[in-house]
Design a binder for this molecule. Structure first.
Ligand code: GAR
Length: 208
């Protein structure tokens, strides 16, 4: 289904359209690698079905008694599954919990996230709605390295999306998602090809 030895693990809680974009970029060879494992903290999340449809191993991690994070034992289990799958990079794709040290420590510097705003503006939940409420004329999306803290970490790529006068939260989020589907696979390609260098808070892209 895809080429390349570079193995990617994906964590998501919901629809999985970003996971789908990554799967397609692997299948077309744009990303020189493959998704080896998809994990979700939501038992019936569509992301699990999407992965299985592509022949990718997909598992539920839970249940958890928390809403905003996973118990350390569950994170340990996720880390072990990802290690066993030979994953070199973990991509958070609509994963709605904060990643804590068991998982983050196992993949330090090897975990990316996509967020639906131009960080550092509008971190946290429903960032598209935050942009609308703030009256922003422009918002967008960001792919960044994950570190401790919510939606922080060195920024790799960003894409602007205009806010239109008649936007609803849904219409704005839909256009942001489309932009995410372009920049997330691109950031993963750059990582897989060793073209990202973290220099303090700045990510240098080593490409001519
Ligand atoms: C995406 O817009 C992603 O940026 C957002 O959830 C959506 C998931 O869509 N993530 C966050 O808000 C995390 N802070 P998807 O499941 O269709 O990929």
């Amino acid at each position: 289904m895809s080429g390349g030895d570079f193995r990617i693990g994906v964590l998501g809680s919901g629809n999985g359209s970003n996971c789908e974009a990554i799967l397609q970029a692997c299948a077309s060879g744009r990303i020189p690698g493959q998704i080896a494992l998809v994990l979700s903290d939501v038992a019936d999340a569509p992301i699990l079905g999407r992965a299985r449809k592509h022949g990718v191993e997909a598992q539920f991690i839970g249940p958890s008694q928390f809403d905003t994070k996973l118990e350390p034992e569950l994170e340990e289990r996720a880390a072990q599954l990802l290690r066993d799958a030979g994953v070199a990079l973990v991509a958070l794709a609509g994963y709605m919990r904060v990643v804590k040290s068991p998982l983050l420590g196992a993949f330090a510097g090897r975990m990316l996230n996509v967020h639906p705003s131009l960080l550092p503006r509008f971190p946290g939940l429903r960032a598209w709605e935050q942009a609308l409420k703030a009256g922003a004329k422009v918002t967008g999306c960001t792919v960044h390295f994950v570190e401790e803290g919510v939606d922080s970490g060195p920024i790799i790529l960003q894409r602007e999306v205009a806010v239109l006068d008649d936007d609803t939260p849904e219409s704005l989020h839909e256009r942001i998602r489309s932009a995410e589907h372009e920049i997330y696979p691109e950031a993963i390609r750059l990582f897989a090809e060793g073209k990202l260098k973290i220099d303090g808070r700045t990510v240098r892209i080593l490409e001519t």
